[in-house]
Ligand binder design. Structure first.
Ligand SMILES: [Zn+2]
Length: 156
């Protein structure tokens, strides 16, 4: 290969690489457009059953979905979910109510809400020992009409 061929080849390879990248990013964009942002299910079908936006057609104004710590391996169907309208319905369901017990000698303090942020849906928190221990127990689709206090982490 002489020098001219070499340079022509470099130019061609760069062009191919750029086109490859463009095709790749177009493909990624198409995948993003065709899937829900929340649970990555295809938009042609329903949301995943453990998505807070699932079952929106059932006529409830809100939905709760259990949170599992990352270290857990669970099936999508293992999540406790609840469609609800009022805070009372949410707080009285067995899954939420049972956190009110003393856990590992830690005294129940209160439920609170960590507001939705860019990356994450609003979370229902449960606090123990004056708020020094806390867990996220699940996600809430929207916080309209909920009067739980905002979660503020307390450090010892
Ligand atoms: Zn979803």
């Amino acid at each position: 290969m002489d020098t001219t061929d070499f340079y022509l080849n470099v130019i061609k390879n760069n062009k191919d690489r750029k086109e490859g990248k463009d095709a790749e990013s177009l493909k990624r964009k198409k995948i993003e457009e065709e899937h829900y942002q929340c649970c990555h299910a295809e938009k042609t079908g329903p949301h995943m059953c453990n998505c807070i936006n699932a079952e929106a057609d059932r006529g409830f104004s809100n939905r709760f979905v259990q949170h599992y710590p990352n270290s857990f391996t669970v099936e999508d169907t293992d999540y406790f979910t609840l469609n609800f309208n009022t805070q009372e319905e949410l707080m009285s369901c067995e899954f939420v109510a049972r956190w009110k017990e003393t856990m590992d000698n830690r005294k129940f303090h209160k439920y609170s809400i960590s507001p939705r942020d860019h990356y994450c849906a609003a979370s229902l928190m449960v606090e123990y020992d004056e708020g020094k221990y806390w867990w996220c127990i699940g996600y809430i689709k929207n916080t309209d009409g909920l009067t739980l206090p905002e979660w503020k982490p307390v450090y010892e």
